[in-house]
Design a protein around this ligand. Structure first.
Ligand SMILES: CC[C@H](C(=O)O)C(=O)SCCNC(=O)CCNC(=O)[C@H](O)C(C)(C)COP(=O)(O)OP(=O)(O)OC[C@H]1O[C@@H](n2cnc3c(N)ncnc32)[C@H](O)[C@@H]1OP(=O)(O)O
Ligand SMILES: [Co+2]
Length: 135
């Protein structure tokens, strides 16, 4: 089951520059910085009540974020939803014809298992499914 919007992912060229802007904008500071080497990204997370913003900078030229920036420039990169059972949702969505970009849940940032759906089947929006990893 989809339970809530978990975060909005924003691709940025320079994380420290974007951190400063979003800190001023939100009158807040990031609660976490985390590198996810498997994705070739460095992230910064802001939280306002239950709303999370994930800023993403590429750490490698072959990172999805690097390619996105190359093609589209900075901007909203993906919409992440929290799910209660990522494997069940992946099987359900695959059966419904959505294209899973990873066949197995993979480690994400902020203590999550994640899966991405190809934007060609979701009206041009890259969708991420996130399930919290129980401590
Ligand atoms: C996991 C850590 C963290 C977390 O929250 O835990 C993250 O969120 S990490 C985020 C970075 N990782 C990913 O995005 C993984 C999933 N993404 C991919 O597999 C690729 O980026 C993919 C398949 C979406 C696009 O791959 P690529 O850029 O190599 O292909 P193309 O350039 O040919 O793009 C194909 C087609 O899709 C359009 N596109 C690409 N990225 C996006 C996007 N973010 N939103 C919407 N559309 C996107 C691109 O423009 C092409 O469309 P076309 O009409 O053919 O030009
Ligand atoms: Co994300």
């Amino acid at each position: 089951m989809f339970t809530n919007v978990e975060h909005i992912g924003i691709a940025v060229k320079d994380l420290s520059v974007a951190d400063a802007l979003f800190s001023t904008l939100l009158n807040s500071t990031p609660y976490k910085h985390e590198e996810v080497a498997t994705e070739g990204v460095r992230t910064s997370f802001f939280k306002i009540n239950e709303t999370k913003i994930e800023l993403l900078e590429a750490t490698r030229d072959d990172s999805p974020i690097a390619r996105f920036l190359e093609k589209k420039g900075e901007g909203i990169h993906h919409l992440a939803f929290e799910v209660d059972d990522i494997r069940a949702e992946m099987a359900r969505l695959k059966a419904e014809g959505f294209v899973l970009l990873n066949e197995e849940p993979k480690p994400g940032a902020d203590q999550k298992l994640v899966c991405f759906l190809h934007p060609k089947n979701t009206h041009g929006v890259l969708i991420e499914l996130c399930q919290s990893i129980r401590e």
